[in-house]
Design a binder for this molecule. Structure first.
Ligand SMILES: NC(=O)c1ccc[n+]([C@@H]2O[C@H](COP(=O)([O-])OP(=O)(O)OC[C@H]3O[C@@H](n4cnc5c(N)ncnc54)[C@H](OP(=O)(O)O)[C@@H]3O)[C@@H](O)[C@H]2O)c1
Length: 262
């Protein structure tokens, strides 16, 4: 499917911005959501230069009413045929830390999980009524198995994975595709903050091209790099304490987010 009206959250940076640019061309309408006005304007300018029509929503994905109003109005003007719930943050632990800051944990749940719901919920019923459309979720390989360096990040991504599976089972019979994207390491500002080994890291554009291709094929799961994803899947069936021991060997430092609950 070649979408013509696309909503992307977190389009001011990283994977979201790269996605906006791979889709941007004549005849495509992009609705881009983020908080930082300057970065949003820069992404919009780059997309318009490729011929796309762009509208911007300077919104916090945690704002349920603001998101619903903006998305419903945009969907009425030009019905979305693809939504990509991408906006997200990370938080984690430094070596020696035992527990995450509870306010940071609630902030990441607000953005990475509630923010995803605020993005897709307004479109489920209208897309099902039209009998067409595609809903895409950005998960993470970190959501396949809990990692000791980022408990709440892994938990939000695992929740998104399971939510998308449930939704797929419920609405695909109504003609609406649901796709879960499971990236490994992608070079973005989010990922740059993490101090760790990053095997098979790719650029935002490389990731965006793989995502676009997978979505156009209507794939249920778009996971890359394949070998890292299969390793993560394998870690789920190996004895848990063995996997815990292996994970404990890696030195990983993930700064805690400065985001706090609002
Ligand atoms: N990079 C990786 O290695 C990797 C791997 C797996 C999964 N992911 C996932 O990919 C997604 C994008 O991450 P990225 O690496 O591209 O990070 P990024 O470059 O930091 O971009 C994050 C985007 O999310 C937006 N955002 C964050 N909080 C928001 C909020 N409360 N309301 C609205 N927008 C918000 C940011 O907008 P503002 O700057 O305007 O706030 C920004 O556009 C995330 O869900 C992340 O978990 C990334």
């Amino acid at each position: 499917m070649q979408p013509r009206s696309i909503l992307i959250t977190g389009a001011s940076s990283g994977i979201g911005r790269a996605l906006a640019l791979v889709y941007a061309r004549q005849g495509i309408s992009l609705s881009l959501i983020g908080r930082d006005r300057e970065r949003l304007d820069a992404a919009a300018a780059a997309a318009r230069a490729r011929g796309a029509e762009v509208s911007l929503g300077q919104l916090d994905v945690r704002d349920q009413d603001g998101m619903a109003q903006w998305i419903e109005a945009a969907d009425t003007r030009r019905p979305f045929d693809l939504v990509i719930a991408n906006a997200g943050i990370t938080t984690g632990l430094a070596p020696g830390d035992l527990a995450e800051d509870p306010r940071a944990v609630r902030a990441i749940i607000g953005i990475n999980l509630i923010g995803v719901l605020n993005t897709v919920e307004p479109l489920i019923t209208p897309m099902c009524a039209r009998g067409s459309g595609q809903i895409a979720f950005i998960g993470s390989i970190a959501g396949v198995r809990g990692l000791p360096y980022a408990p709440s990040y892994c938990a939000t991504k695992a929740a998104v994975h399971v939510y998308s599976e449930s939704l797929r089972g419920r609405i695909e019979a109504r003609g609406v595709r649901v796709s879960l994207i499971i990236p490994g390491f992608v070079k973005t500002p989010l990922n740059d903050r993490i101090d760790a080994m990053k095997p098979l890291e790719m650029t935002g554009r490389e990731a965006a091209v793989l995502i676009q291709r997978g979505l156009e094929r209507g794939k249920a799961v778009i996971a890359f790099p394949r070998s890292l994803y299969l390793l993560a899947r394998l870690s789920r069936i190996l004895p848990v304490r063995f996997v815990d021991k292996v994970m404990a060997h890696f030195k990983v430092n993930i700064p805690k987010t400065q985001e706090r609950i609002r």
